[in-house]
Design a protein around this ligand. Structure first.
Ligand code: ADE
Length: 230
């Protein structure tokens, strides 16, 4: 097994690189990939840059070039569900692309022919996450995550995403990573810690809480890696 651990921004993988300590670095298509063995597990770590295109490229590179056989994504998200506060964790059961729109042809939002409106994550990895949360004694919400190439800082857009997809949180990479992993038959796990509420205060909150929430998510992912390594 080789685990891919991925984020979108440098802040999302910094706590992971700090934890693993030593690694080999290589560059592919403008991104750096960090490889090492951690707790007996081979890992490749990278951040993609923001958005669906860069995250799809990085996920595919981790699988095709670096031989990753499972994908763990760690990062931050905007909350939709009122149950989620800043710093809370959410695990995606399934994800959608909220900005994918060929409704002019009678299709639902988020759907293209030969695709699906929602893409699911791996149940076994979610069970490991639940076990880790129980051991740590912390709550872990499961829910729907909506992805799009848009930083949402607007109550009306957030409400539309909630009513259209029954989404609990939103971000900019999860669905594209999950689509790539599903297409290449690699189990995928998407974890996010809340940095803001996708409302008029979102950009301020994002800047204030990016680092601390990214660390909450990264620390949890590393507990999962510990457990996977046994
Ligand atoms: N990631 C974290 N907060 C976000 C927001 N409000 N919109 C999009 N992606 C995010």
């Amino acid at each position: 097994m080789k685990l891919a651990i991925m984020g979108a921004m440098p802040e999302e993988i910094a706590p992971i690189l700090e934890k693993v300590g030593e690694y080999r670095v290589s560059s592919v298509a403008g991104n750096k990939y960090y490889e090492c063995s951690f707790g007996g597990v081979e890992v490749v770590i990278a951040y993609s840059k923001i958005g669906k295109v860069f995250s799809a490229l990085t996920a595919a590179t981790m699988i095709e070039r670096f031989g990753a056989t499972a994908m763990l994504f760690s990062g931050v998200a905007g909350a939709i569900s009122k149950e989620l506060a800043i710093g809370d964790l959410i695990v995606a059961t399934k994800l959608c692309q909220h900005d994918l729109d060929i409704t002019a042809f009678g299709h639902p939002y988020g759907y293209v022919p030969e695709g699906s409106q929602f893409v699911e994550t791996d149940e076994r990895l979610r069970v490991i996450a639940k076990d880790v949360a129980a051991e740590m004694g912390i709550p872990l919400k499961e829910g729907v995550i909506a992805t799009g190439d848009q930083f949402v800082a607007d109550a009306a857009r957030k409400e539309w995403i909630e009513s259209t997809f029954a989404a609990d949180a939103l971000e900019m990479e999860g669905a594209s990573v999950a689509v790539v992993c599903n297409a290449l038959n690699v189990p995928v796990f998407i974890l996010r810690a809340i940095s803001d509420a996708a409302d008029m205060d979102a950009s301020f909150d994002f800047d204030a809480f990016l680092e601390s929430s990214a660390k909450v998510s990264a620390d949890f992912i590393m507990k999962m890696v510990d457990r996977i390594g046994g």
